[in-house]
Design a protein around this ligand. Sequence first.
Ligand SMILES: Cc1cc2nc3c(=O)[nH]c(=O)nc-3n(C[C@H](O)[C@H](O)[C@H](O)COP(=O)(O)OP(=O)(O)OC[C@H]3O[C@@H](n4cnc5c(N)ncnc54)[C@H](O)[C@@H]3O)c2cc1C
Ligand SMILES: NC(=O)c1ccc[n+]([C@@H]2O[C@H](COP(=O)([O-])OP(=O)(O)OC[C@H]3O[C@@H](n4cnc5c(N)ncnc54)[C@H](O)[C@@H]3O)[C@@H](O)[C@H]2O)c1
Length: 478
Amino acid sequence: MGQGHVETTEYDVVVIGAGPVGENVADRVRAAGLSCAVVESELIGGECSYWACMPSKALLRPVIARSDARKVPGLAGAVQGPLDAAAVLAHRDSFTSHWKDDGQAAWLDGIGVRVHRGHGRLDGPRRVTVKSPEGERHVLAARHAVAVCTGTRAALPDLPGLAGARAWTSREATSAQSVPGRLIVVGGGVVATEMATAWQALGSRVTLLVRGPGLLPKMEPFCGELVAEALREAGADVRTDTSVTSVARDGDTVTVTLDDGSTVEADELLIATGRAPRTDDIGLESVGLTPGRYLDVDESCQVVGSDWLYAVGDANGRALLTHQGKYQARIAGAAIVARAQGVPILETDRWGAHAATADHDAVTQVVFTDPEVASVGPTLAEAERAGRRVRAVDYDMGSVAGASLYADGYKGRACMLVDLDREVVIGVTFAGPGAGELLQAAAIAVAGEVPVDRLWHAVPAYPTISEIWLRLLETYRG
Ligand SMILES: Cc1cc2nc3c(=O)[nH]c(=O)nc-3n(C[C@H](O)[C@H](O)[C@H](O)COP(=O)(O)OP(=O)(O)OC[C@H]3O[C@@H](n4cnc5c(N)ncnc54)[C@H](O)[C@@H]3O)c2cc1C
Ligand SMILES: NC(=O)c1ccc[n+]([C@@H]2O[C@H](COP(=O)([O-])OP(=O)(O)OC[C@H]3O[C@@H](n4cnc5c(N)ncnc54)[C@H](O)[C@@H]3O)[C@@H](O)[C@H]2O)c1
């Protein structure tokens, strides 16, 4: 630290990290009249806006639209050609505002949130130091709360040769300016399957190397099976039960050695093997916490053992999804405001105003693969592990009239989990074309704990894919 005077500014709330979650914490506390500063070391809008949700979905939308169109008689013939990769990449660039954050900076300014550019670090209770890109230091003192919203980065495995292999992480996979001829993707989770889908359709020859027996292991098994089948039909080489033992780059070629001793060559290599919290260099040691871990929080997203520190969004590891993080931001924001106003008892009971209950019971997720996969609540395996008495009802979505109109030869599957003690739906998974837009009805049923007998009266319109609900309920009721 320099020897000169370090300016200190006091705010009610200081937020470290201006991703979607930090922005929403700031918005909530400002809306209640508290003063707020956010500290951002890169771009306002975070991973989601520039290297995750937005660019990946901009890459995938044409892929999914073309695939759907190819299943519609009368239209299929018009969409047999390749995608215009240059146009898709340009469209993606516009969705990231060309990696400029002026619009989001202006929005924060418009709601009266002060942005401090630089790296934020805790420096004892309620104090955050900011080191600007020019090396200047500033101290921010928080009267009521500090919210850590620093997100995650790609976690890289300890693989011989990886350091010198110029491997892609999710950042390069979502921002690449040209289509590699051959791409190896390591991993079988959401990033790996979405990016394999996108780049295969954009013209790469993709080899997907999956350590486990199938794709998307956190979802119902049929999801990974349908996505693997479609990736293979699209020309990708999908290899399960395959581990990478080393990596080497020689000029433009990267060579991956597998556990059976064979090798695969490509132009680029994407490592998509999970995430790590960005909590390693934020001064957690100055407040008695261990750096580098997801922060342990209570239902209001307050860090366990603290009455002023919050961790919201990816940084707490509860559900690594933008919409769940923004939901947490609304809950944490309300809790910060209530505590600042001296409200004696917060509503932290299940589904209370200050409890992020959906993080346990109703996490929604759409995987934008071809076919799409959408889920809310636990899988059957998770429910059984938790000791719940459940019945799973499965149904072939392709046999629903709306689905067969949507796409010729529609392939899809749905699963509904009913809690047998309470007769409510606790989980639903859909895998099939158009599945993403089916999800919110399921989320309402699960979060609303709507009894199955009442769902019977929620009549899906004919002939929509939503008639899958009727088929699932008929199957359940017998
Ligand atoms: C390829 C990919 C695709 C995804 N697609 C989806 C999707 O379709 N839907 C979905 O819901 N989720 C998706 N996700 C997950 C989603 O991106 C995250 O859940 C979301 O970005 C988390 O938001 P956040 O604000 O918690 O963190 P982030 O978006 O990571 O933002 C954290 C911010 O904090 C800043 N920061 C970190 N440390 C400091 C510091 N010390 N000082 C100052 N600033 C700091 C960072 O620069 C960053 O701007 C995807 C993830 C990936 C990798
Ligand atoms: N559409 C969306 O909502 C969306 C899209 C992308 C990412 N995300 C979120 O971002 C988070 C991160 O996604 P992700 O795909 O990075 O993580 P993930 O946890 O979904 O998948 C990581 C995969 O890598 C495998 N793996 C781990 N170490 C490995 C190794 N050494 N070798 C080979 N395989 C290995 C794991 O078995 C796992 O299947 C997820 O929680 C996801 O929900 C969401």
